[in-house]
Design a binder for this molecule. Structure first.
Ligand code: C5P
Length: 216
């Protein structure tokens, strides 16, 4: 698939930041698939139900749009900006639990694929973008960093959003989520076939972007 870059990797590895910078450089759209799983978690909380059929009904014919607001991508669900609601660690953990469900993943897969328009281009960020959702993507990246570095980055992100952060809790929540994401039976987090692995621990965002741009 032309004009498509997938970026997979664990939480806090910098996927979102790199995706945003690449999208700006190339003029392409972005798909933050983690935000979709978080949206599902939020819907599940709101309707107090984890049944994929019930969640599916809530998603039917609803518009899901990623839009830049003050230089950050926001998620609009049926016209409502839900970005702040989906960013807590609690919703992240719930998203990770629901992401084990094959029916939920199938529900989201169709939505994810609809974001790709070869005439515009797409940066797709997530856990299974290069392995399951877009296995024939032209460029696949697997972005990683040490747990300490990833927790530091998450801490900065959460603080910017005005959320309180406890570092030991953040590290254990990231570790727990990594373990679940890597060991689940359906679409586990793995290095997709043909992906370029980038360890961003000691790299600036510009350095990572340049490595990817060299592949285009
Ligand atoms: O990337 P983010 O932390 O927002 O993702 C939240 C959760 O959604 C992840 O921990 C993971 O369990 C799930 N997810 C997934 N597949 C994706 C993206 C996210 O299972 N492609």
């Amino acid at each position: 698939m032309d004009n498509l870059i997938t970026i997979d990797g664990p939480g806090g590895s910098g996927k979102g930041t790199i995706a945003k910078l690449l999208a700006a450089k190339l003029g392409w759209n972005i798909l933050d698939s983690g935000a979709l799983y978080r949206l599902i978690a939020l819907i599940s909380e709101n309707i107090k139900n984890t049944d994929p059929d019930k969640i599916g009904l809530e998603l039917k014919d609803r518009k899901i749009i990623f839009e830049l607001v003050d230089d950050q991508y926001h998620l609009f669900f049926n016209g409502k900006d839900v970005s702040d609601h989906i960013r807590s660690e609690e919703i992240g953990t719930k998203a990770s639990d629901l992401a084990h469900n094959q029916q939920i993943r199938n529900l989201i897969k169709t939505t994810q694929r609809s974001f790709y328009d070869p005439n515009i281009g797409l940066i797709a960020d997530g856990r299974d973008m290069g392995s399951v959702v877009f296995p024939t993507a032209g460029i696949k990246i697997y972005l990683d960093a040490t747990i300490e570095e990833r927790a530091k980055r998450r801490q900065i992100q959460l603080k910017e959003k005005g959320l309180k952060v406890n570092m030991p809790n953040l590290i254990s929540s990231l570790e727990e989520r990594d373990l679940k994401d890597k060991n689940r039976k359906v679409s586990p987090l793995l290095i997709p076939e043909g992906a370029k692995v980038i360890d961003s621990t000691n790299l600036s965002t510009d350095e990572v972007v340049n490595i990817v741009m060299d592949l285009t």
